[in-house]
Design a protein around this ligand. Structure first.
Ligand code: HEC
Length: 126
């Protein structure tokens, strides 16, 4: 009984952990030149993304966002996995006037991995 519960737990957790590890690699290649993902990370060309999931859009108080992102945040929009996935598929389409350039992720597997990675980055972990 106990080992069945353990097996179930591992089966539920491991794919998510493996995906987050893969997402860290994609993030480092495609996003880290502009974004920190650890709380208190160095300021870059883009906002800090620690604790992004659950945070409102344009929610890094240290960052000067474009009017396009500020308006979405003021309208009450917040990041969840589905919104982040759609954003990365075509950032400019979701927020016309965004200052991120063409830096989304066209591959669905890459997006899923980066979403899992960012979901695992709590505000106070590094
Ligand atoms: C060339 C620099 C650059 C790269 C590369 C880049 N971004 Fe960004 N990103 C920005 C900038 C600048 C903003 C703020 C845009 C604005 O204010 O319009 C931003 C905004 C964001 C936001 C909104 C954050 C918030 O606080 O609401 C998310 C999410 C995001 N980027 C994720 C990513 C991910 C994931 C990647 C990698 C696939 C990535 N970005 C690659 C520069 C970049």
């Amino acid at each position: 009984m106990r080992s069945a519960a353990l097996a179930w737990l591992l089966a539920a957790l491991l794919p998510g952990l493996a995906m987050a590890a893969e997402g860290r690699q994609v993030f480092e290649r495609r996003c880290a030149s502009c974004h920190a993902a650890a709380a208190g990370g160095p300021a870059g060309a883009g906002p800090n993304l620690a604790g992004l999931i659950g945070r409102r859009v344009a929610g890094d108080p240290e960052f000067d966002y474009s009017p396009a992102l500020l308006a979405a945040g003021e309208a009450g929009q917040a990041w969840d996995a589905a919104l982040l996935d759609r954003f990365l598929a075509d950032p400019e389409e979701m927020f016309p006037g965004l200052w991120m350039g063409a830096n989304g992720l066209p591959g669905a597997a890459d997006r899923a991995a980066v979403v899992a990675f960012l979901a695992a980055m709590r505000p106070h972990s590094d």
